[in-house]
Design a binder for this molecule. Structure first.
Ligand code: PHE
Length: 341
């Protein structure tokens, strides 16, 4: 079929010369337009014998499909070339220009979080990441808070249409970590948490925690006290004491509130510790056997401790913020005070 081969050749030559979208449109009209090569060729059909018509018809239709495909790929090619040209012409930012006046600063939460990560890493803990959106199972059931348990009241949160939720505590990651590593394990996992709270100077709907877990054979409360004391002594840069008071959390048994002797007055009493000499810092306890079991770890063989450090709280204390809302606020004057610390 001479005609078909010729049109194909003509088209290839024309397409080779295309540089712009306008050129491409011209080619399209020249071949597929009302009086285009392909349209004209189709007009020949009506004078053909049935036999020839069949053969020529199939050939010309195949050619049309091929031409349409080639036009589409040329179009993508042109678009890509355009993007590459634009990227090439974009002004370059010179990151080496000195600019003392306009340096940014790390967010106070980032600074304290990094410091804690360094300390825990030096004690052999791995650092894990978690999600902000979690399943109800991970946030509650997997840490021994079944449906209708009253402890859920204290942690109302924001639910998504698919039944998932914004995690209310970093404990929501415990189950995943246990399943990922099994026992023994030593891990911390900092993260942003959410609760449906009435907002005030000490309550925010979005805040930061840092969870820690250690699971091994013969782990006891002494290990918990040791790690917490070492960590706090390093955070505050001076020797501190810790004490445990009973506290209830369904995922630990026994559960505690850990207080730290006030690093600012050495326990004598000051504004930060509200004259009590102690600061309530960190709920913690020995991991409940149910939680271990749900994480695939045998509680008869392994024990562990867990703690949920209130990172936002520690930041407020360290930098003397009297309102938690500053941490999510946009006041750079307040947030960048920490630049040199
Ligand atoms: N997840 C608890 C909370 O946010 C804190 C916690 C963590 C308590 C680990 C005990 C052990 O309230």
């Amino acid at each position: 079929m001479k005609e078909i081969d010729e049109i194909q050749k003509l088209f290839n030559t024309a397409l080779d010369k295309v540089d712009t979208n306008d050129d491409l449109n011209e080619v399209r009209t020249a071949f597929l337009g009302k009086t285009g090569h392909l349209t004209n060729a189709m007009k020949l059909l009506k004078d053909m014998t049935a036999e020839a018509k069949k053969e020529f018809g199939v050939g010309i239709n195949n050619l049309k499909t091929k031409i349409l495909d080639m036009i589409e790929s040329k179009k993508s090619e042109l678009e890509l070339a355009k993007i590459n040209r634009e990227l090439k012409n974009m002004p370059r930012v010179d990151l080496t220009v000195p600019c003392d006046e306009c340096t940014g600063s790390l967010h106070p939460v980032t600074i304290i979080q990094d410091r804690l990560i360094q300390i825990f890493r030096s004690m052999g803990f791995t650092v894990e990441d978690g999600c902000e959106i979690e399943t109800e199972y991970n946030n509650f059931e997997a840490v021994n808070v079944p449906k209708n348990h009253p402890a859920r009241d204290m942690q109302d949160t924001f639910y998504l249409d698919n039944g998932e939720l914004l995690k209310t505590h970093t404990s929501a990651i415990q189950n995943k970590i246990m399943r990922k590593y099994g026992a023994p394990l030593k891990a911390i996992f900092p993260g942003r948490c959410f609760r449906n709270e009435e907002l005030d100077a000490s309550h925010e709907n979005t805040f930061f925690q840092m969870e820690g877990m250690m699971i091994d054979k013969n782990v006891s409360i002494s290990n918990l006290i040791y790690f917490m004391k070492t960590m706090l002594t390093q955070v505050f840069g001076k020797e501190v004491d810790v004490r445990l008071r009973p506290g209830f959390f369904p995922f630990v048994e026994p559960g505690f509130e850990l207080d730290c002797s006030c690093p600012y007055c050495g326990g004598k009493g000051c504004r930060v510790c509200k004259n009590g000499g102690w600061i309530e810092l960190c709920p913690c306890g020995m991991i409940h056997p149910n939680v271990l079991r749900m994480g695939g770890i045998d509680p008869d063989e392994y024990q562990g401790f867990a703690f949920g450090l209130g990172l936002s709280r520690l930041v407020m204390m360290t930098y003397g913020f009297n309102d938690i809302r500053y941490l999510n606020g946009k006041d750079l004057k307040i947030l960048s005070q920490t630049r040199l610390k």
